[in-house]
Design a protein around this ligand. Sequence first.
Ligand code: AOF
Ligand code: ZN
Length: 399
Amino acid sequence: MSEPTREDERFMAAALRLARRNLGQTSTNPSVGCLVVRDGTIVGRAVTAPGGRPHAEAQALAEAGEKARGATAYVTLEPCAHHGKTPPCADALIASGVARVVVSILDPDERVAGSGVVMLRNAGIAVDIGVLHEEGERALEAYLMRQRMKRPYVTLKLAVSADGMIGREGAGQVRITGAVSRAQVQVLRAETDAILVGVGTATADDPELTVRMPGLEDRSPVRVVLDRRLDLPVGSKLVRSAREVSLIVVAGDAACPFSPSDGEKVAGRPDEGQGEGISSPLTPALSPQAGGGGDYDARRAALESAGVEVLNADTIPDLLTALASRGISSLLVEGGARAAGEFLAAGLVDRILLFTGPAAIGEGGIPSPFERTSVPAGFTRRRTARYGDDIFEDYERDI
Ligand code: AOF
Ligand code: ZN
């Protein structure tokens, strides 16, 4: 068997970069990169198509054509061995006449799990596994999390003011970070399968949670709202756009922890004990319906007839299991403090992206779920960057 070389690492690095291109676009499939290289020249290159098919190898081999004969194929994930919605990539590689296949990560999908490699070797093709293994694990982390742990990889994104606030009571959306950070968040959304907020934030801010960056408009993730009692107004932007971009509203039973509290921005909710004198930012059309009570079924029916999927899940782990079974591998939690706190308390945050703006909010500020501008123990900072006047920090969960 051949030995992996520096050149192998170079081409695998290029395949991993290529795979990034369709992150968040290929659910339930991972975004895989494939290069076909002959005599040091790339003769075919592809990434898993949006929607998950065709797979990367099939497209790269089609581009290479006859030039694939005797070439080396670099694939970030083990080529599939199963007849799924498309024929096995292992068969396509064998038929193409490639002499060697270099793989970064073995596919944990039980339909593959090493059998792609066996098929290739049985056909006399040299196979090297584990080239840039660590980088491969990182590039495929969301897919690997869903396959191995049956839940999505969870990223918590927080924008905090210089004094550690995530907003101002009763003020709706407050601008905390600048244009560069906001553009980064748009890219992040585009690379993620699903995005989640609590009903307090959904009601107070009335966000759309779509990708609006020019050129990426068709890359909006599935939107998810934690909403125990189905208080999300039918007139909200989220519900009104549910036929264009999927919206899942997560209801629970009485024991469910998803109820908003004063940790989250819920203005004008008489039943939540909001203080007097806090002016509601909500237009009448967006005021939450009276919570609880017997019209739950009517609210559910109204949401469903607006194209919303209502999902019952009583706990964060139950919710994550349900999302994973829908093929969602990555989840971006965007707030508010209550929703963030729920995920942290459940120990189900894998990564924290903290954007800190230059201005203080002061009086009436809603504190971040963390102590001022820090993050909880158990996370290690991997990267810091300056985005305009903001500071960006990327933390990963330890182990
Ligand atoms: C590859 N190349 O580019 C990708 C692969 O539903 P199907 O038939 O498309 O199969 C989905 C499975 O294929 C998925 O769970 C994973 O094991 C593999 N993804 N395999 O050879 C690719 N995206
Ligand atoms: Zn395949």
